[in-house]
Design a protein. Sequence first.
Length: 163
Amino acid sequence: MARKVFFSFHYERDIWRASTVRNSWVTKPDRKAAGFWDAAEWEKVKRAGEGAVKRWIDRNLLGTSVTVVLIGAETATRKWVMYEIRKSFERGNGLLGIYIHNIRDKNKMTDAKGQNPLDILYIERDGRRVYLSQIYKTYDWVYDYGYGNIGKWIEEAAKQAGR
C-alpha cells in the first residue's frame, strides 16, 4: 500500500540528517513524504506568524497515515515538533521515532543523542499517564539499519494505528 508520511524534525539543526532518511524513503516505489520545506519557505511561513505555521503543519498532515519523528540533539525542545506530534496523535496517525544523531552530516560529524519527544508527551488512561513512548516504537537509524527497515517500521506504525 502506498503511504504518505509526515516527517517531523528540528529543521535548522537536522535538515541534513532528515534529508538522508527522507530520501531513502521516497526513492522506493509508491512512497510520498510530507513535512519537508526549503529554508526560504520556512522563513516565509514563520514570518507570517504562529497561525500560519499551524495551518501549514495541519495542511501537510492531511492525507498522511504515519508521522516519523526524527530525533536529533534538540528535537524534544522544539515547539513545532511537539505541535506536529500532538496533531498527528489527534488525527490518528501512527507514530514512529527514529534517532538520527549517528547519521554523519555534510562535515562527516555525528551529533549528541537527544531526548525522545515521545518520552515527554502523554495521554491519560484510567487516571494514569501513559507516555507516547510506551505506545510507539523508536529506532536508531544507524544501529537498527534504517535504510533497509524504514518501510517495515512505517507499515507497522500504520497498522498499529489502524491506518
